[in-house]
Design a protein around this ligand. Structure first.
Ligand code: PLP
Length: 396
């Protein structure tokens, strides 16, 4: 059996998104900036995609800017607010310790090269920030609060509505990296008082290399790229129309199916969590309830996540030991460390992320395979031997 449980890294293209991409690639190949009929057909297609994405977020079409993905959307929102802030002498940004590197690396650069002060809010042991910490962190110099909607490793959902309300009250721009949330849980930018929001097509069964930035009407937006006047002068370069149309189709589909898919995935998630909690010395990472429907993340003491991944892959289960962007490095995940997991335990992490194509059979198969693989690895692990010895000594 082949099971794909790495949907937080990327998802399979949906049939509807693929159809849309093929139709646009074949039939609507004009440049949306051209004045002739071919160009105008492309321009209308682009506008339709913008309207679709806007509708899915409860935004207005003119508030949507297409980008090359979540990373670019995050960079554009952060560097815009940093520029505007610096011009007013406001060089303080508040974020969280568990953001994606697309946010954290922007903040590090602003700190090192532009003299910004960055406050990263801590999270509690379940991965949630405290509103009091945010209230204590902001000051007159704060030019941006950037807090993710849902974490890519542990799936924890932040109190976005409260953060938005607080920032709006203080008139501080609020950017939300919602790359893992859009298409998975309801996201309403107006109800949540969000000023900037990033999303990415390949996280909800759309194509890779395309995303969008929502910027509330009236909020400034600086272009990262210089060139043509595309995206109302906010994002130069000919639009990737097939990908944009595919993303819009995928998002519409994902949002229309949320009511059915959410509860089904939550059921699978709970089954996996209950099953894996039965494994000796296993720890669930992230909040049990405030989490994405399809996210399961565990630490297993006495083993290396990478070995677990390789053996699971061998048995047909594709999982992850953290975010795809940090895998390949043996440093434990900054997210698990922020939860307070000791290095040794954080090393033994496993992330399973489901999708609307996940079946009951896949869940059952995975639940049968993981405990066996964990046992096998522990049998040959000197760390596990030490843990067991210490346990026996304590019991005596
Ligand atoms: N933000 C989060 C929370 C993510 O999970 C990801 C991708 O994993 C990104 C940003 C980057 O998105 P993209 O791959 O579209 O650049």
């Amino acid at each position: 059996m082949q099971v794909y449980f790495d949907n937080a890294a990327t998802t399979k293209l949906s049939a509807r998104a693929r159809e849309s991409m093929l139709r646009v690639s074949d039939d609507i190949f004009g440049n949306p900036s051209s004045l002739h009929a071919f160009g105008q057909a492309a321009s209308s297609e682009l506008q339709r995609a913008r309207e679709t994405v806007a509708r899915c977020l409860n935004a207005a079409p003119r508030e949507i800017y297409f980008t090359s993905g979540g990373t670019e959307a995050d960079n554009q929102a952060i560097f815009t607010c940093a520029e505007i802030g610096a011009a007013k002498g406001k060089k303080h940004i508040v974020s969280t310790a568990i953001e994606h590197h697309a946010v954290l690396h922007c903040l590090e650069q602003l700190e090192k090269e532009r003299g910004f002060r960055i406050t990263l809010l801590p999270v509690d042991e379940s991965g949630v920030i405290k509103l009091q910490d945010l209230e204590a962190a902001v000051c007159d110099e704060t030019c941006l609060v950037t807090v993710m909607f849902a974490n890519n490793e542990i799936g924890t959902i932040q109190p976005v509505e409260a953060v938005g309300r607080f920032c709006r009250g203080k008139k501080i721009p609020f950017h939300c990296d919602a790359v893992q949330a859009v298409g998975h849980v309801p996201v309403d930018v107006k109800a949540l008082s969000i000023d900037y929001l990033s999303l990415s097509g390949h996280k909800f069964h759309g194509p890779k290399g395309v995303g969008a930035l929502y910027a509330r009407q009236g909020m400034p937006l600086r272009s990262l790229l210089l060139g043509g006047a595309q995206e109302r002068n906010r994002r130069a370069g000919t639009e990737n129309l097939p990908a944009i149309a595919g993303m819009a189709a995928a998002l519409e589909e994902a949002v229309s199916e949320l009511g059915e898919v959410g509860p089904r995935l939550t059921g699978y998630r709970e089954k996996l969590i209950n099953g894996l909690l039965n494994v000796q010395r296993s720890h669930l990472n992230g909040d049990r309830a405030r989490r994405l429907p399809g996210n399961v993340n565990f630490c297993f003491e006495g083993l290396e996540g990478e070995s677990l991944l390789l053996l699971l892959d061998h048995r047909g289960v594709a999982a992850s030991s953290g975010s795809a962007c940090t895998s390949g490095s043996l440093d434990p995940s900054h997210v698990l460390l922020a939860l307070g997991r000791p290095h040794e335990i954080a090393h033994g992490s496993l992330r399973l992320t489901l999708s609307r194509y996940t079946t009951q059979e896949e869940v059952d198969y995975t639940l049968a395979v993981i405990p066996a693989v964990v046992d096998y690895l522990r049998d040959i692990s000197p760390v596990w031997e030490r843990i067991m010895r210490e346990e026996q000594e304590k019991a005596q």
